[in-house]
Every structure is written in structure tokens, then in C-alpha cells.
Design a protein around this ligand. Structure first.
Ligand SMILES: Cc1cc2nc3c(=O)[nH]c(=O)nc-3n(C[C@H](O)[C@H](O)[C@H](O)COP(=O)(O)OP(=O)(O)OC[C@H]3O[C@@H](n4cnc5c(N)ncnc54)[C@H](O)[C@@H]3O)c2cc1C
Length: 247
């Protein structure tokens, strides 16, 4: 059973009218980059909570989550409207297996995110372990429009710091924008454009794929990469992909 820390909102930084980054001051203990924590609000005398990935590295304070409003959802519209100084509940137990320790050693790590699911990958990329473990990291970030491409400055900074090791591929599905692909991730795997951009093969022999976000993206990527002989990774049966589904 989780106990609740009382958190205080430090900042609510709107990215668009539907996307926001919430910074929260709460005494959460150690967590592993890529993990999530349950965040909640007291609503009519009851704590309503949902899992949110942490965007900050474990060494960074305050905590940060990145999310969108789900129309009609009990929690996200309320979280979206919080202001600096407001109270929020933070569960004391971080959880989740979308972490580098759970990925077998290979040459190339592919990170595939839709929308707000970029969060856990940013936490991982801010930390040293991933850069020690893999020769190449390919970050594929799929959004609908350019303005939804949050954390572009942070990603540009990571590209500078890890030049030659990090490849960043933005996929903007509803716009045609230079230096991006205008298609969904599964299509870009199927037609070879993701590999062409990355300059590396996406194959069982050299790659592991971490996927995070919508069930549709995860399902469709799995169906393409399983045709290449890639299998779900399990501790007792090492494989080639790992997933975390938000919805
Ligand atoms: C392990 C885990 C980590 C998560 N981390 C994040 C995160 O970092 N950022 C984030 O934005 N969300 C994240 N989510 C989703 C989040 O927990 C909530 O479901 C979401 O914010 C909506 O909350 P709600 O209470 O308003 O509606 P809910 O009652 O949770 O959901 C209402 C309906 O909307 C669907 N739904 C949930 N999220 C979305 C979405 N983004 N777009 C469209 N439909 C959706 C649900 O499947 C459900 O059918 C995560 C989910 C899981 C399981």
C-alpha cells in the first residue's frame, strides 16, 4: 500500500493548451530513471491518483511530470489547472520496469515515444548509465504538430553532449516540416526511413527497442519488428523489446 507524501506545485509550465509540465516539491526517495510514480488529488474526501512518469533525473529536484488533458478524465483536467503553491499527493513508492537495468546489452538502443511518453526517456538520457551501456541511442519522438514537440531544447543539448552517439528522429504526423518525418513510427520502420536516418539497422542481432505511449503505436511497432525476429524481453527469456503502455 502506498503512503502519500504531501507535495507542493512549484511550477505549471504550459506547452500548449492541452499539454503541460508540472514541477512538484515532494520528498520522494530514490527512484530509477524511467520509473513512474502515482500522483493524486483529494477529490471529495477521496484520493484520486494516476501513474505519471518522472521526467527529472533522480539527482534533480523538484520532481517533474509531463502530461496532457484527457477530456472527461477525473484527474488530468484538475492537475492541468494547478498553480504554484497548490497541494498534490505523491505516492511514496516509485515503480516500473522501463529502465536500463532491464535491457540486455546490445549495440543500439531504440527509444520510441508517442506524445507525453517522451518523459521517461528524458530521465534516462540525463543519466550516465545509458551512455556507458550502448554504442548508439536512437530517440524517435512522434507528435501530431510541431508545437507539441516539447523539450526540444533539452534534446538539442543532449545531442550536443552525446554527438555521434545520440540520433534524434522527430516524427510529426500532421505536418510536413523539414528535418522530420511526416509519418507514424511503425510506417517509418516498415519503409526503412527510420534506419536510413539513424544509419544503423533495426535488427535482433544489434538492437533493443524500448516503446512508451499509446497502445496503438506499441501494437503496430511490435507487429513490424516481430517480422524481423524480434521478441518481447523477459527476465527469464531475453528478447529485443520492452514496452510501457500509457493508455
Ligand atoms: C505506467 C503509466 C505511466 C503513465 N505516465 C503518464 C505520463 O507521464 N504522462 C501522461 O500524460 N500520462 C501518463 N499516463 C496516463 C495517466 O496515468 C492518466 O491515465 C491520464 O493522465 C488520464 O488521467 P485521468 O484520470 O484524467 O483519466 P483516466 O481515468 O486515467 O483515463 C480516462 C480514459 O482516457 C484514456 N487515456 C489515458 N491517458 C490518455 C492519453 N494521454 N490520451 C488519450 N487517452 C488517454 C484511458 O485509457 C481511459 O480510457 C501513464 C499511465 C501509465 C499506466
Amino acid at each position: 500500500m502506498a503512503n502519500w507524501h504531501n507535495g507542493i506545485v512549484v511550477e505549471n509550465r504550459r506547452i500548449t493548451e492541452r499539454l503541460t509540465s508540472l514541477k512538484i516539491d515532494a520528498p520522494l526517495g530514490p527512484f530509477i530513471p524511467g520509473q513512474f510514480v502515482r500522483i493524486g488529488l483529494d477529490i471529495d474526501g477521496q484520493v484520486i491518483a494516476r501513474p505519471y512518469s518522472l521526467v527529472n533525473a533522480p539527482s534533480e529536484f523538484p520532481l517533474e511530470i509531463y502530461f496532457n488533458i484527457v477530456e472527461g478524465g477525473p484527474l488530468s483536467p484538475r492537475l492541468f489547472n494547478l498553480k504554484a503553491g497548490d497541494n498534490v499527493k505523491v505516492a511514496n513508492i516509485p515503480a516500473g520496469f522501463l529502465v536500463i537495468d532491464e535491457v540486455p546489452k546490445t549495440n543500439c538502443l531504440w527509444m520510441m515515444a508517442t506524445g507525453t511518453a517522451i518523459g521517461p526517456f528524458l530521465s534516462i538520457l540525463k543519466c550516465e548509465q545509458v551512455w556507458q551501456k550502448f554504442e548508439r541511442v536512437v530517440l524517435c519522438y512522434s507528435v501530431r504538430t510541431t508545437k507539441e514537440l516539447a523539450y526540444a531544447d533539452l534534446i538539442a543539448d543532449l545531442q550536443k553532449r552525446h554527438a555521434g552517439q545520440l540520433v534524434f528522429i522527430p516524427l510529426i504526423t500532421r505536418e510536413k516540416v523539414p528535418d522530420s518525418l511526416s509519418m507514424r513510427i511503425p510506417a517509418a520502420i516498415e519503409n526503412g526511413q527510420l534506419e536510413q536516418w539513424a544509419g544503423v539497422a533495426l535488427a535482433a542481432e544489434n538492437s533493443h527497442v524500448m516503446m512508451c505511449g499509446s497502445a496503438a503505436m506499441i501494437r503496430d511497432v511490435i507487429s513490424v519488428i516481430e517480422l524481423r525476429g524480434m521478441r518481447r524481453h523477459r527476465r527469464r527469456q531475453p528478447g529485443h523489446y520492452t514496452t510501457e503502455k500509457y493508455h
